[in-house]
Each structure stands twice: as C-alpha cells, then as structure tokens.
Ligand binder design. Structure first.
Ligand code: BGC
Length: 364
C-alpha cells in the first residue's frame, strides 16, 4: 500500500510502498483511511525542522489527522465494528512506570518525554491506506459527520484548551455563576486551529473576537463572520487598541505560533485573565517584548498563562459532540474550513505547498 514518508537523513519526501498492517492482538482495530488532513506540523516535518522516524526506520510516514472506516476488529474489541467511522488519536504513552500521566491514560501530560506521536515522533502516521491500532486510541464518529470528521483532531486542540480553562476557572470565587456572554475572549489567528477554537468559544457563548492579519474579504474572515464572531485586523489595530476596543479581555486563545504578536496581546490581558498558548514556534533569534509589564500584570491581575499540547480521549469525545453542534449551527462555515482535497498521489506536493485553510488528502 502507498504511504507518504519523509527521510530526514537524506532530506527526501516521497510516496513509498509498504506492507499492509495486520491485526496482531485481540484489542486491535484495522481502519481503511478515508481522509487525512495536512497541518503546519506536517509541513515542518516535510521541511525537516521537526519529526522523528521510529527506531531503526530511515523514514517516518507522516499524517496525524485522519478519518477512517473500520474494516476489521480483533476478538476483544467492543464498541467498534466493521463499517463504523472513526478518528485516531495521536499520542501514545511512554513505557515508564514512574510516569503517572501515561499510566493513567493521559499521555498528553507525559512527564518523561518518551511518549510517541503517530506521524510525528517515533511512530508512523496515517497518510497511507490502512492503519492498525489499539481500540483505546480510536474514537467512533457518527456517519452524519463523514464530510468534516477529519477536522476532529485539530478541534481537539481547542477541546483540551477548554478543559484547561474550566479547571483554571475554578480558582475564582463564584465561577459557576459567571455568564460567558459577559466575558470577552480573543482568538489570535484564523487558521484551522483558530477558527475551530472560535467556533468552540461561540458555542460556549463567549463574546468572541478573532484577531488576524488577513484581509476582511479573505475566506478565513468570512468564516469568522459566518459563525457570528467579531473580526479585528491585527494589521490595522495594534494590541493596545484591541484592549481599548473590547474592554477587559478575560480569555486569549493563541493559535498562530507567532511570538511577537502573541506576547503583545498577553500584555493587554485583563484582570483574572487566562491566556492559552497552542502554537509551536520555530526556535529563532530572541525578540523584544514588554516583559516588565507582562510580569507586573501576571501578579497584580492574578493572570494565568497556560500552554497546552495534544489531547486526551475525553477531548476527542467532546469534539465529536461539538462538531455535531457546529454542523447544526453553521454547517457552511464548518465545510468552508476544508479548502482543497487531493489524492494520495498528490500528497507530496500538497504537503510542500502552502495556502488555503485546510487541505485534505482523500485516500479512499
Ligand atoms: C498535533 C498534536 C501534537 C503536536 C506536537 C500537533 O500538530 O496536533 O497532537 O502533540 O503537534 O507534536
């Protein structure tokens, strides 16, 4: 079967032929991959800035956003049957007994660093025709979500952020009585992670603004308007103005990986505010930022700065429910996130190209 692989040591990206995986244990499930999404992480791996092949393999099969159809199940599998649609999780636990998060089913909080991530770190991914994995890492999705379910993995970034925000909100007295529509949330960036995050915030009834450098007539901004969020141009309005326009900012969901703008927005976060970072910037030269003001505000305004990576099973399951409700509220906006579909034969060009919101490889 075909697969898209990167060979970091010889700096090559190409389609390879590899044997079809087989079910080897009672808890395993075999999926035919239907669609695989391309994200910034794949592009970084394909330009050799990131990504690690499995031990003893010269190459890494990429892809970590995938929708599949179950074609076979091991004798001990429950809750999944041939014909079901399902999405695969990304991270797998480290082997160490001392790692409480991994031993508790939360490898997204692995504390040894020896986790693997399919398609990213130490394990082959999903940009291929068939995949076998343990049922623990496979999440069933309803058939009605077939055309958009490939967006579930990127949505889990917002879902895990939501979980963190809920936990952090508990530090505030009276948090259960707060009406989110009185709280201003700012999303930085209008790529897939930002737009899915904005949908999640709108669903939770926050007063939501998307701060983005693109133009008002861009497809990204059309989605912002379609879901009822406010667009604020980061080219026309510097962060200091953003705070004046909106008033107290209670929550920031960063989804760009651009360091300067992200820290500039942090410097205008409001009282008791929570700031969530999701972007993974490349390691570049140091930048200038208003560190004194940021530190002063963090203390005097009881602010929380929180980074989040990957997502646990509960976030995938919550994502299924949210995707369903997004499709009821603003189906055209959800569909508009997917701007191109290519075949596996064109996957290399698609991963090396830029542009559009979300490109998806249609495998079957
Ligand atoms: C994936 C995460 C992963 C992260 C870091 C992201 O693109 O969505 O699951 O943990 O990259 O490797």
């Amino acid at each position: 079967m075909k697969a898209l692989a990167v060979f970091p040591s010889i700096r090559e990206v190409r389609l390879i032929d590899q044997p079809e995986p087989v079910i080897a244990g009672p808890a395993e499930v075999k999926l035919r991959i239907l669609e695989a999404g391309i994200c910034g992480t794949d592009r970084e791996i394909a330009s050799f800035q990131y990504g690690t092949p499995p031990v003893n393999s010269p190459h890494l099969v990429i892809g970590h956003e995938a929708l599949g159809e179950v074609v076979d199940v091991g004798s001990g599998v429950t809750g999944l049957a041939p014909g079901d649609l399902a999405v695969l999780m990304v991270r797998r636990p480290c082997p160490h007994d001392r790692c409480v998060p991994c031993r508790s089913g939360r490898p997204d909080f692995c504390n040894t660093g020896d986790f693997t991530e399919r398609g990213i770190k130490g394990a082959h991914g999903y940009m291929t025709e068939f995949v076998v994995d343990d049922q623990r890492y496979i999440v069933k999705v309803p058939k009605e979500l077939r055309e958009v379910a490939v967006l579930l993995e990127p949505l889990t970034v917002a879902e895990k952020a939501g979980e963190q925000v809920r936990i952090l909100a508990q530090r505030l007295p009276g948090h259960l009585r707060v009406d989110p529509s009185n709280l201003r949330a700012v999303v930085i960036g209008a790529g897939p992670i930002g737009l899915l995050g904005a949908m999640k915030l709108m669903g939770a009834k926050f007063d939501t603004s998307v701060y983005y450098r693109g133009k008002a007539d861009s497809p990204n901004v059309k989605i912002v308007s379609a879901i009822g969020a406010r667009f604020i141009s980061s080219v026309e309005h510097p962060p200091a103005e953003l705070a004046k326009m909106l008033g107290e900012i209670s929550l920031v969901y960063e989804a760009t990986g651009v360091v300067k703008i992200s820290f500039d927005v942090l410097s205008v976060l409001g009282v008791n505010g929570v700031y969530i970072f999701t972007g993974v910037p490349g390691v570049k030269a140091p930048i200038e930022m208003d560190a004194e003001r940021i530190m002063r505000n963090l203390v005097l305004k009881n602010q929380v700065l929180c980074g989040t990576v990957n997502a646990g099973r509960a976030s995938f399951e919550e994502g299924v429910q949210d995707l369903r409700s997004f499709m009821q509220r603003f189906p055209a906006a959800v569909r508009a996130l997917i701007t191109a579909r290519m075949t596996l034969d064109d996957a290399r060009d698609a991963v090396l190209a830029k542009g559009g919101i979300k490109s998806v490889i249609k495998v079957a």
